[in-house]
Design a protein around this ligand. Structure first.
Ligand code: GDP
Length: 478
């Protein structure tokens, strides 16, 4: 970054007096011990035709630095990674099982499948990876931890029930993650099924069917009879082709933990999704805050494998500790580096546990705004009835403080639940409860994630508080 005149002279094999003279001619009075800034160094170096190469220091304990982009030539197509979301009882589990049973066993000798948190199927000769963990919390918890692993979301809506609160929740989770949505209109085998109604209701949430001039794909199907499932898989392939998901199988693997647990016999067992590169037996690896060597690898069919390519889920053993879902993993050249990085991360994690996490709260909002760290104030709004949620939202949107945008990323009726908290943590949002409170799980989650939850009963109090926070005039809470 900076050098003294003497040091610079040495580096470019010149006499210090010569440099001092040059500087003098450029209008800078300098001595041999004068510290030169970057501009001055570049100026002098330029005079001598020397190029200044900056040494870039990277934090090697931050696993994200290894998730680098690859050159276009090295990239090849990879399977899409798909998550299924939707309202409870609309058929997520049935759909996941049905896809798996109709597809996985085709051509698989024995067909023994095990649940490792994800599986792959083949459609028209192409693979698709499904994350076998339905639930918005799982989806968003991963995102909160910085891991973007889902390429496509399948939104399951029961044709006999229509759009329900968790349907809307799922839409908002997917939108916040900027993941394309395919709508599976499920239970079409039922007498009361009405696909048009589902399409109509989803229009209100910005999902307009292609037939109606929009760009959202709707697939009517029955998870129970299997009717329409092939069509859904074809649509997933289509979106994959359009979005061109790619990776470089020739590099060292990086990816994310889907699940992990301690197994009595095998020790730490983790399901990893390889997102780039190829994971191999024996690879020195750092996973979250733990490290080791890939001892054994088992695929979703329960078969031992030696390698796992991009978008492949595999279960591995050989880690010194149990990582967490959403943790990143990186393969290193040698075991020594993996151990160093792993141990440094374990140390940092301990230190961080004692320290504080920086997340938005109304108390620090003004600071964050001032430092330009934030432009949007993300809000999750829950109210006792839909009507009051809308009224509060409308009033919030009217707040006008220069340089700040109020963005309501999710609103709805009902108690503040765990999913609201995980969405808030993932989106750096605050949660407002209007005539509602957090349930027990949400309360616990909010404390753990340090999400700011504000409860009110009077609209103008909500507005007053948010406005004051935006202007940096919030009274401290006692
Ligand atoms: P989840 O809560 O979204 O995972 O929903 P489930 O997969 O557990 O399904 C809830 C109920 O709906 C179960 O009793 C299923 O058997 C039933 N179900 C799911 N898909 C279909 C379908 O396509 N047709 C019919 N008739 N029932 C279905």
């Amino acid at each position: 970054e900076s050098l003294t005149v003497g040091e610079l002279a040495k580096k470019i094999y010149r006499e210090p007096s010569e440099i001092i003279k040059k500087l003098f001619l450029l209008g800078v009075m300098a001595t041999i011990n004068q510290v030169l800034d970057k501009d001055a160094i570049e100026l002098i170096a330029g005079e001598y035709g020397v190029e200044v190469e900056e040494e870039i220091k990277i934090d090697t304990t931050d696993l994200e630095v290894y998730f680098t982009e690859d050159s276009a030539e090295s990239l090849v197509e990879r399977p899409s990674v798909v998550t299924i979301m939707g309202h409870v009882d609309h058929g997520k589990t049935t759909l996941l099982d049905s896809i798996r049973n109709t597809k996985v066993t085709e051509g698989e000798a024995g067909g023994i499948t095990q649940h490792i948190g994800a599986y792959q199927v083949v459609e028209n000769g192409k693979k698709i990876t499904f994350l076998d963990t339905p639930g918005h919390a799982a989806f968003t918890t991963m995102r909160a931890r910085g891991a973007k692993i889902t390429d496509i979301t399948i939104l399951v809506v029961a044709a006999d029930d229509g759009v329900m609160p968790q349907t809307v929740e799922a839409i908002n989770h997917a939108k916040a993650a900027e993941v394309p949505i395919i709508v599976a209109v499920n239970k079409m085998d039922k007498e009361a099924a009405n696909a048009d109604r589902v399409m109509q209701e989803l229009t209100e949430h910005g999902l307009v069917a292609e037939a109606w001039g929009g760009d959202t794909i709707f697939v009517p199907l029955s998870a129970k009879t299997g009717e329409g499932i092939d069509n859904l898989l074809e649509m997933i392939l289509l979106v994959g082709e359009v979005e061109e998901y790619k990776a470089n199988p020739k590099r060292k693997a990086v990816g994310t933990v889907i699940e992990a647990q301690l197994d009595k016999g095998r020790g730490s067992v983790a399901t990893l999704l390889v997102q780039n590169g190829t994971l191999k037996i024996g690879d020195p690896i750092v996973v979250g805050n733990t490290h080791g060597r890939v001892r054994a690898m088992v695929n979703d069919k329960g078969r031992r494998v030696k390698e796992a390519e991009p978008s492949t889920p595999v279960e591995i053993t050989g880690l010194s500790d149990v990582p967490q879902a959403g943790d990143r993993f990186v393969v290193f050249e040698d075991e020594k580096t993996a151990r160093q990085v792993g141990e440094a991360r374990a140390g940092q994690a301990l230190a961080a546990q004692r320290g504080e996490k920086s997340i938005v709260s109304l108390e620090n909002l003004f600071e964050q705004l001032k430092q330009g760290e934030m432009k949007d104030l993300n809000i999750i709004l829950k109210a006792d009835v839909q009507g009051s949620a809308e009224a509060v939202a409308a009033s919030l949107k009217k707040i006008d403080v220069q340089g700040v945008n109020i963005k309501i990323i999710h609103s709805g009726a009902g108690a503040i639940n765990e999913s609201d908290i995980s969405l808030a943590a993932a989106s750096n949002a605050i949660v407002i409860g209007f005539n509602v409170r957090p349930d027990v799980n949400a309360k616990r989650a909010a404390e753990a994630e340090k999400v700011d939850v504000r409860l009110h009963r009077i609209i103008y109090k909500v507005i007053e508080e948010i406005e004051a926070a935006m202007k940096g005039m919030l009274d401290p809470e006692f």
